[in-house]
Design a protein around this ligand. Structure first.
Ligand SMILES: Cc1cc2nc3c(=O)[nH]c(=O)nc-3n(C[C@H](O)[C@H](O)[C@H](O)COP(=O)(O)O)c2cc1C
Length: 183
């Protein structure tokens, strides 16, 4: 079956996500790219995943360095996202950052960060699925996140952030290990 790429993007664009910048350092140079395809994967062992394009220069650098940090973007970081979503030569020009424990760049203003080593890599068509082992977690700032929806940036409304009534189930999502849970 042949799918129209525009329809594919439009339909998949109904799925709203946060945005991250995935970073590394190679030969002393900070490198990174905007990445929507990030997810928590496993609590025990602690694993996350992201899906870079096979043509991504950042992925080539991460594959070499073997380490990466995931920076979760806040609503003030639209410009940062645009920069890291481009193919600009020096995406870090004018961007404040400091190294994580494993040496990957943590961007100033990020809501949280996850410091990882590359655990395994799997084929995913024109992308790869990268599974990372989590070595440490950064402090959280409590600011509101930057979201991506229908190909545009958006955010959450402060008065919509009420606790969900099924909070206990949400907690169980990453902690339950019984046979009837998928994780
Ligand atoms: C909001 C947003 C989300 C993105 N998510 C992904 C993603 O999940 N995977 C990916 O390969 N590229 C993603 N991109 C595109 C890359 O950031 C972009 O192709 C970048 O130029 C790659 O640069 P590089 O070649 O320096 O790695 C996203 C871009 C934006 C703006």
């Amino acid at each position: 079956m042949t799918l129209d790429p525009r329809v594919f993007r439009t339909v998949l664009g109904q799925f709203c996500t946060g945005i991250t910048i995935v970073t590394t350092v190679l030969d002393g140079k900070p490198i990174g790219f905007a990445c929507q395809s990030f997810a928590a994967l496993s609590l025990d062992p602690p694993l996350v995943l992201f899906c870079p394009s096979k043509g991504s220069r950042s992925w080539a650098a991460i594959e070499h360095s073997g380490v990466f940090a995931v920076n979760v973007l806040g609503e003030e970081q639209q410009q940062t996202c645009a920069r890291f979503g481009s193919r600009e030569a020096d995406k870090f020009a004018g961007i404040g950052w400091e190294p994580s424990k494993l040496g990957s760049p943590i961007l100033a203003g990020s809501l949280a960060h996850v410091d990882c080593t590359v655990e395994s890599v799997h084929d995913g068509g024109d992308h790869v699925v990268v599974i990372g082992r989590v070595h440490s977690l950064g402090e959280i700032t409590g600011e509101r996140p930057l979201l991506f929806y229908r190909g545009q940036y958006t955010g959450i409304e402060p008065d919509k952030t009420v606790p969900a009534p099924w909070r206990d189930d949400l907690e169980a999502f990453l902690t339950a290990t019984s046979a009837d849970t998928w994780l």
